[in-house]
Structures are given as structure tokens and as C-alpha cells.
Design a protein. Structure first.
Lengths: 253, 306
């Protein structure tokens, strides 16, 4: 597994420059536009429904969590598919002592590293912008990283089986977009009708957002946080289990 | 014995790629699978490479079971796949480094072997270059160097020179021949008879997932082909008519191809004179020795590259 991870590190050392700008500037734009731009408008109407905090403080941890999801989806979709179809990195690795599970987990390890890099950066931004209300924000970093992993593991397990890359459009349009909008990210779930709220509660991004927000604002309580962590951990574990199987099915034909 | 197969079979849903083959492979030999596209060669290679579990039959590689001990077997194999799987974003040297790390080799060992291997495939001056702009022939040589990083006991080559220009093919053959001289066991597939003749000590002719014949190239030619072959080309208008006429010609065998007529004879020049005596005048004629292509034609009724 570590050997496969090292391969991705070598590749990344060569291509990091092209991805670094979107990693560094993307969240900065989000925080600026939403926190300060939109936030100025929202704050005029009072912060009662936001739990008494400024819009920046409300939205910042959500940008952290949803950013982790976006990184996860980016890393677990096209790169995984391409490792079979385009640059065939998996097919090269397959001829060596590495097993499909090693190849999967090595790549997942690299994805997790990329997610952790981005979430670390955004956590620092939140702190630097004065958007956090609690020292517990330090734990929002691993929490957001776990959120990312909970997406990356099952998506990679699925992506490796695809026959054509056009299927990813569904992932981005019908999974990423709605999750991004309706997981209590940009507005509190209390603004949604009851039945939609019920759906939101079972989506993984809502758990990630709620966990990060609780830590950033210092409102988290232990049982609630544990539920979120457990939900995300189970999703990640299920993904990892499925990935070992799907990679074997795809690579050992 | 390095590889032993009995009744080896590979089925994909309703299609049988390999239909129960038996073979033994010994240390130090170069063993070839010759056959047209779709004959089951690549499926066989993938099973030997432990990346495709056999549907049924026995297969032992280095005395181990490819399904249970795949990882341990692969540690001792070198694989040159049909399509390159090089990482074109990386340099020549980095490709060997990454691959060597897959085998768990220490960086120092990889560095030493990389220098020697790049010398061997004549790529030492390109070590720091990216792979992307390299020509097909150079990429192939790099793939061969990469496959040797773990000092494999068996080198598996799936159509090693398909898609290369003639000059690049000869360079690859030369390198493979040197490996063979060093005692590396080679298993290769090809649909080029000249490749099989140049490299293989022993080969099997494969067709529809089965072996049509096996032996050394020389044996096969002696067994299934006459010493000489007379190739005749007629005016297309007269082609069929000439074919009819030559059916009863005293040759070992006659083949009527779409564009040529082949007569399998002992003495080609004598046969040509005899053809002319019957009143037929070919546009062109060629006397040559029998080849594996003729063997294949005889065994399957089809040409190799069709």
C-alpha cells in the first residue's frame, strides 16, 4: 500500500504546481465572496437563525467541509478512471507484487493526503479571518479530512468500474451540487421544509458540515460529535471494503 | 520446470478465449505463442502474469499457485505488456524508480540497476528526459528495461514489437536476443513469423484458443511445409483460371490466396519451369524457403495477419 502511495507522491511532485493555485485561491475566493460579500447582506437581517454568529463564522466551517468533499470527488473520479484507461498507472502496478487492494489503498492514501493538505490550508484561513469562535477548530481539520475520506473511498471504489468517463457528469451534477447546496452549508437547514430537512440529515456532507461547525463555533457536544464521526467513519470503512473488491473485479479479469 | 499448464482454460461469459491447453516451460528457453489476433495468446499471458484467474485447469508458475501466491510469483516475473503502461508525465529514470519501489527494492539498488538497464537498452542519454515525447521504439525499450528492474526469472512479452517500424523492431530483437544469451527465460506472443523464428527455441501455433502444433521453428517448417515455396502472381483476370489449372499440378500442396498462388514443392525453379510448360505465364514469380507463415496457413487455412 505504501509503495503505491509513493508512486502517487512521485507523480504529484511533478504536477503539484498546476493544482496548487486552485487549492490555495479557491477557498480564499469562497470565503471572501460568501463571508464578506454575501455576509454583509445577511448580517443586516440579524443573526438569530444562524445561531447568533456572523455569516462568515457560520459559512466558514461549511466551506471547509464541502471543500474536502470537492477535493475528494476530484481526486477519486477522473484520476481513478484514468489510471485504468488513460495513463494506465494501475495496469503497470498490477504486474508487480502489489495486489488490487494495495493499489486501491495506496491511491486512497494519496487522496487523503491531498484532502488533508487542502483542509489544513482552509482551517488556517478560517482562523486568520477571525471566523472561528473556539480553539476546538484545530479538530475541524481532521474532521473535514474524515469527511473527504468518507466521499473518496466509495467514489474511487465506484469510479474504477466505469466504462466511460461521461458518467462522472452525473456525480457532479446530481450528487455534488445538491449536497453542496442543501447540507446546511450556505443556509441553516431550519430554512428548508421538513421533508427536505429529513433527507439532508442522512447525507454525509451534512454530518461533515455540522461537525466542523460545532468545532469551529465551540457549540459541539460530545455525543452529537460522536454520531457525526461514527457516520462518516462507517461510510469511509464501507467504501474501503467495497474498494478492495471492486478493484479486484476490475483489474483481475 | 518454470511453468506447467494442464487443461488451462479461460472463459469470458459466453466466449472461450483459451480452450484447454497443456504446456511446460523450462528454465533458459525462449517460448513463443504464435497466432493471429484473438487466438487466446494475450489471455494466456495474463494468466501466466497472475492478473487473470484461470477458469479451469491447472497452472503452476515457479511451482506456485497463481491465484493464491500471485503476489509472490509476480515479484519474480518481468512483464512487457502489449500496450505501454509507462507514466508519460515522469522522466525515464523516475519510471524505473516508481516501478522498482513497487517491488519494494531499496532506492540505492534501483539507482544502480537503472544505470545498468538504461545502458543495456541504449537509453542512458535520455535518463532525465520526460517519457512523453519519446518514439514508440524508445518507449518499448524503456518498458523492457523497466520489466527487468527486479531481475526476473521469467520475462513475459506480449507482442513486443507490434506497432514498431522495422528498424526499431530489429533493435528490440537484438536486445531480447542478448537477454536470452544471458540465460533469461522468455515467454512471448507474436503474430509475426519472423519474430518467432528469430527469438523462439520452441513455439506453439495457437488458433481459436487451442494449440494447432508445437515444436521448434525448424521442426515445424520441416513437418508442415515443403523445402521450397513457389509464389506466383497472375493477371487478376486469369487468377482463378490459373488456380484451377494448377490444382492438379504435381506439388505437395497448392494454396490459392486472394492475390497469389503458393505451390509447395521440393525444387522451386524446376516447378516454375513446369508451370510455364503448361502454358501459364505468371506476371511475377518468387522462389523462397518455407516459413512459419506457411506452417500457419497449412494448419489453419488462414494467413497470420488477416
Amino acid at each position: 500500500m505504501v509503495r503505491a502511495f509513493q508512486c502517487w507522491l512521485t507523480v504529484y511532485r511533478r504536477i503539484w504546481r498546476s493544482s496548487i493555485w486552485s487549492s490555495v485561491l479557491g477557498p480564499l475566493f469562497y470565503l471572501g465572496a460568501l463571508g464578506f460579500g454575501l455576509g454583509t447582506l445577511v448580517n443586516k437581517h440579524g443573526a438569530a437563525s444562524l445561531g447568533g454568529v456572523s455569516y462568515l463564522a457560520f459559512v466558514a466551517p461549511a466551506i471547509l467541509a464541502s471543500g474536502a468533499m470537492n477535493t475528494a470527488m476530484g481526486e477519486a473520479s477522473y484520476p481513478v478512471f484514468g489510471s485504468v484507461k488513460w495513463n494506465r498507472i494501475y495496469l503497470a502496478a498490477q504486474a508487480t507484487p502489489l495486489r488490487p487492494g494495495d493499489i486501491y489503498r495506496g491511491h486512497l492514501m494519496f487522496m487523503t493526503m491531498r484532502i488533508a493538505m487542502n483542509t489544513a490550508l482552509v482551517t488556517v484561513y478560517i482562523w486568520a479571518f477571525g471566523a472561528t469562535r473556539s480553539p476546538w477548530v484545530v479538530l475541524a481539520w481532521p474532521a473535514a479530512t474524515l469527511t473527504g475520506l468518507a466521499f473518496a473511498a466509495p467514489i474511487a471504489a465506484w469510479a474504477v468500474l466505469l466504462k466511460t468517463e461521461t458518467t462522472f457528469a452525473y456525480l457532479f451534477r446530481f450528487v455534488m451540487m445538491p449536497l453542496m447546496l442543501f447540507s446546511g452549508t450556505f443556509f441553516p437547514l431550519s430554512q428548508l421544509p421538513g421533508w427536505l430537512r429529513a433527507i439532508a440529515y442522512v447525507t454525509p456532507l451534512w454530518h461533515g458540515v455540522a461537525l466542523c461547525r460545532g468545532l469551529s463555533l465551540g457549540t459541539a457536544n460530545l455525543p452529537g460529535a460522536l454520531v457525526h464521526v461514527a457516520y462518516l467513519a462507517v461510510l469511509a470503512a464501507a467504501g474501503i471494503w467495497a474498494g478492495g473488491r471492486s478493484y479486484r473485479r476490475r483489474l483481475y479479469v | 520446470m518454470l511453468v506447467r499448464a494442464r487443461g488451462l482454460t479461460k472463459r469470458f461469459e459466453d466466449f472461450t478465449a483459451v480452450a484447454g491447453i497443456d504446456f511446460d516451460l523450462y528454465r533458459g528457453e525462449a517460448f513463443g505463442f504464435l497466432g493471429p489476433n484473438g487466438a487466446g495468446k494475450s489471455s494466456t499471458m495474463r494468466m501466466i502474469g497472475c492478473v487473470s484467474p484461470p477458469t479451469s485447469g491447472e497452472l503452476a508458475i515457479l511451482g506456485l499457485d497463481p491465484v493464491r501466491d500471485g503476489s509472490a510469483i509476480r515479484a519474480r516475473l518481468g512483464v512487457v505488456p502489449q500496450e505501454d503502461t509507462l507514466d508519460v508525465e515522469l522522466t525515464v529514470r523516475e519510471n524505473l524508480l516508481v516501478y522498482g519501489r513497487y517491488f519494494g527494492l531499496p532506492r540505492k539498488v534501483i539507482r544502480e540497476r537503472t544505470a545498468a538497464l538504461l545502458d543495456f537498452v541504449q537509453l542512458a542519454d535520455r535518463a532525465a528526459d520526460k517519457v512523453d515525447p519519446l518514439s514508440g521504439g524508445l518507449k518499448r525499450r524503456l518498458t523492457i528495461a523497466r520489466s527487468l528492474i527486479n531481475e526476473p526469472e521469467i520475462l513475459i512479452l506480449d507482442e513486443p514489437t507490434t506497432g514498431l517500424d522495422p528498424q526499431a523492431r530489429h533493435v528490440v530483437w537484438d536486445r531480447l536476443f542478448r537477454l536470452k544469451q544471458r540465460g533469461v527465460t522468455l515467454i512471448l506472443t507474436t503474430h509475426y513469423m519472423d519474430e518467432a523464428e528469430q527469438l523462439c527455441d520452441r513455439l506453439v501455433v495457437m488458433d481459436h484458443g487451442r494449440f494447432a502444433a508445437e515444436g521448434s521453428p525448424r521442426d515445424l517448417i520441416a513437418r508442415y511445409c515443403s523445402p521450397e515455396v513457389l509464389e506466383l502472381r497472375f493477371d487478376p483476370e486469369l487468377h482463378e483460371q490459373a488456380g484451377d489449372k494448377l490444382k492438379d499440378f504435381p506439388a505437395e500442396r497448392a494454396e490459392l490466396l486472394a492475390d497469389r498462388i503458393l505451390l509447395y514443392v521440393t525444387d522451386g525453379d524446376e516447378a516454375l519451369a513446369a508451370v510455364r510448360e503448361t502454358g501459364l505465364e505468371p506476371l511475377t514469380s518468387l522462389v523462397r524457403r518455407g516459413t512459419l507463415e506457411d506452417v500457419f496457413l497449412h494448419l489453419t487455412g488462414r494467413r497470420l495477419e488477416d
